[in-house]
Design a binder for this molecule. Structure first.
Ligand SMILES: N[C@@H](CCC(=O)N[C@@H](CS)C(=O)NCC(=O)O)C(=O)O
Length: 210
């Protein structure tokens, strides 16, 4: 079976994929890339991701970048882990909606809060619309999650939306709505997330010391 290698800096957006890999239960390697040493801007890494950004995942000859694309790929490529909603299942549309909602709505809304613009573009021009609507849509979904976005099944969509909520609340960029706290609290109980978080803390120390 082709080897899985995560190009990772701990903690960073590649921690999303780290959690996903722990959920997947397949063997994987971690290749640490140091932002401090500028390794992400050096030719060896730019050959992997010309954007100079993490995460990147190598699976045999295939290189995938963009956290949501990687999670979607892994969930479909390793269906045994039951982290995807397969083609043909009527729930797949909603599942894909959440996988895209993360990078196209949650992240830009959070970033706008972190770095407000001098002049707000018209709502219609922004793919995410506006911050409050994104938060309301997320709160409704988190409130309805029973216990996960797709119901009883935990999927890659929970890794993406859950990571956005965890990160947004950690940096006080998203409000601590009771629905968010309850949903994120359930996710925090997942052994795979606990393992990824513990490993990330160790890797962060290693990277700081190197
Ligand atoms: N759109 C990318 C964003 C990746 C990203 O911005 N990663 C940050 C780490 S959190 C990074 O590599 N920053 C280093 C840089 O841009 O120099 C994704 O969702 O995977």
């Amino acid at each position: 079976m082709p080897q899985l290698t995560l190009y990772h800096a701990a903690p960073s957006r590649s921690s999303i994929v780290h959690w996903m890999l722990e959920e997947l239960g397949e063997p994987y390697d971690i290749h640490l890339v140091s932002f401090k040493k500028g390794e992400n801007r050096q030719p060896a890494f730019l050959a992997i991701n010309p954007m100079g950004k993490l995460p990147a995942l190598r699976h045999g000859e295939t290189v995938i970048t963009e956290a949501s694309a990687i999670c979607t790929y892994l969930a479909d490529e390793f269906p045994r882990a039951k982290l995807n909603v397969p083609i043909g299942d009527p729930r797949r549309g909603v599942y894909l909606k959440w996988l895209f909602f993360g990078p196209s709505c949650v992240e830009p809304a959070i970033m706008e809060r972190a770095y407000p613009r001098k002049e707000t573009p018209p709502r219609g021009a922004l793919g995410f619309g506006d911050f409050d609507t994104v938060v309301d849509v997320l709160a409704k979904a988190a409130g309805a999650a029973s216990p996960y976005l797709m119901g009883a099944q935990f999927t890659a969509a929970d890794v993406i939306i859950g990571s956005g909520l965890r990160w947004g609340m950690m940096f006080k960029l998203l409000p601590e709505r009771p629905e968010f706290k309850a949903y994120v609290g359930r996710l925090a109980e997942r052994p795979a997330l606990k393992r990824a978080t513990e490993k990330d803390a160790k890797l962060a120390k290693e990277q700081e010391a190197s």
